[in-house]
Design a protein around this ligand. Structure first.
Ligand code: S3P
Length: 175
């Protein structure tokens, strides 16, 4: 089974995913990177030139392709992918899903000023919380919830490994 990381922009899905990949020796797939490579453009450029709906269509195709692949992977999804019902059902049915939780102020400082995310224009508390409000119920459907506040990357990754090990997910490390 894949391990799929979900959660808001800026929570550290990619960095924690890479750490997990190293620790578990399972390949890492970053959906945002795969979208950028497939279009030979940054996410911002895709939004700017083709619009959000085109981006969401590509996000669905690429995320589903990653989820369908046989070889087990650690998959970092884009923060908005969970809003798509097809993606969501596939994540929930085909993987061990992990929600990385972080408070708004920490998200704001992680996103910072040099923001490559087209949905974050001001990087204010109001803006982040407005996006989060619609997504919370879906993130919360993930099997494992990890509070990342006050933890470094290694600690978050270790906690995920521990939770997977103690949960009833079968022996995922050997599948
Ligand atoms: C988005 C999150 C981004 C990227 C795009 C849209 C979102 O990914 O897919 O900018 O809707 O939350 P990260 O969560 O990896 O930043």
């Amino acid at each position: 089974m894949h391990i799929v990381l979900v959660g808001m922009m800026g929570v550290g899905k990619s960095t924690i995913g890479k750490e997990l990949s190293k620790s578990l020796d399972i390949p890492f797939l970053d959906i945002d990177d795969l979208i950028e490579k497939s279009e030979s453009k940054t996410i911002s450029k895709i939004f700017e030139q083709s619009g959000e709906s085109y981006f969401r269509k590509r996000e669905m195709e690429i995320t589903l392709k990653a989820l369908m692949q046989e070889n087990k992977a650690i998959i970092s999804t884009g923060g908005g992918a969970i809003m798509n019902k097809v993606i969501r059902n596939n994540i929930l049915n085909r993987s061990i899903s992990v929600w990385l939780k972080l408070d708004t102020s920490s998200i704001m400082s992680r996103i910072g000023k040099n923001n490559k995310r087209p949905l974050i224009l001001q990087n204010t508390k109001v803006e982040i919380e407005k996006i989060l409000e619609d997504r919370l119920i879906y993130y919360a459907m993930a099997q494992i919830h990890i509070e990342c506040k006050g933890k470094n990357i290694k600690n978050c990754a270790n906690q995920i490994i521990k939770e997977i090990g103690t949960g009833s997910y079968g022996n995922v490390f050997q599948i």
